[in-house]
Design a protein around this ligand. Structure first.
Ligand SMILES: [Cu+2]
Length: 223
């Protein structure tokens, strides 16, 4: 009886240790923070953040989750999988998002209009708009709730030619281009995330990539 108790206790301790290890690695392994490129003299100051969104991040950028949907950031001439960005305080931040992913649709149609951006608008494929024509066209959002910023990103149509299979995608692949700008305030650390249930194959589309830093959410550090 005593021996059996020892075995059970050891097994329980092992399981608890493994769960703790899993949670601690999930919480602490985060991608590095990427500085928004500063737009120097001639560019009227501020910063530029260049992103792409992809349907499958691929084995080169994520060996453990190659099929996950993801944001990528452009830094030093390459695309990197990081969703932690550093932005200058009290500055204008210009954002460009190249989206190579299809439409998933928003649960809450309210998010199909940009908020908190300069002029309350975004530019979709060269055209300034106050909202997507339909919440069903949304593929992802770039939202920093703590700064009141919500920007819907429309998806690539299913019949588009030359779709991108695996990231990083090139401009020769079918894509949508979204640009917008916003002003940062004082220093702080803010969560940002996508609000489109885009994580295919997870419960209600909000699991996996939608709740893991480094894919569909991250942090903005205003310094
Ligand atoms: Cu998304």
């Amino acid at each position: 009886m005593g021996k059996r108790l020892v075995v059970i206790c050891a097994a329980v301790a092992l399981v608890v240790a493994l769960i703790a290890l899993y949670i601690s690695s999930w919480v602490t392994v985060v991608p590095p923070s990427v500085d928004a490129a500063s737009v120097g003299p001639g560019g009227s100051g501020g910063a530029q953040l260049t992103l792409q969104t992809v349907a499958a991040v691929g084995p080169r950028l994520s060996s453990s989750r190659p099929h996950w949907v993801s944001y990528l950031v452009y830094r030093n001439g390459k695309w990197e999988r990081s969703t932690n960005f550093t932005l200058p305080a009290n500055s204008l931040v210009r954002v460009t998002v190249y989206n190579y992913d299809g439409e998933s649709g928003l649960r809450n149609p309210y998010f199909s209009q940009p908020q908190g951006t300069t002029g309350g608008t975004e530019v979709v494929d060269g055209k300034t708009v106050r909202a997507l024509d339909s919440p069903d066209y949304a593929s992802h959002t770039f939202a920093i709730p703590g700064l009141g910023i919500f920007v819907p990103i429309p998806g690539v149509k299913d019949d588009a030619k030359n779709p991108c299979d695996t990231a990083p995608c090139a401009l020769s692949n079918a894509h949508r281009t979204v640009t917008f700008s916003f002003r940062t305030g004082g220093k702080g650390r803010f969560r940002w995330q996508c609000f489109v249930p885009c994580a295919a194959g997870t419960i209600t589309g909000f699991g996996g990539a939608m709740q893991t830093i480094g894919y569909m959410d991250g942090f903005v550090k205003v310094v």
